[in-house]
Design a protein around this ligand. Sequence first.
Ligand code: FES
Length: 85
Amino acid sequence: MVTVSVCVGSSCHLKGAYELIRLCEETIAETGMRDRVNLKGTFCLGKCSEEGVTLNIDGEIITGVSPDNFMDVFKKNVLRKVRKE
Ligand code: FES
């Protein structure tokens, strides 16, 4: 199980955290991984000054996430991990 935590602190909220949660939900459903990926929201991850939204994927902090690069981030950091399990 891979855990994806999307920061929903005020800064990330303004930078589109909820849009990313929607994209995550859609992608998890489309790839049939509901039982392999645990998606949740989290409080500020301390990277507010970075561009984009911050994610924590299995303890790894990833900054600069936006709808434009979301699929790349998801493939590299979530799909790859799920396939290794
Ligand atoms: S609000 Fe997301 S890192 Fe601070």
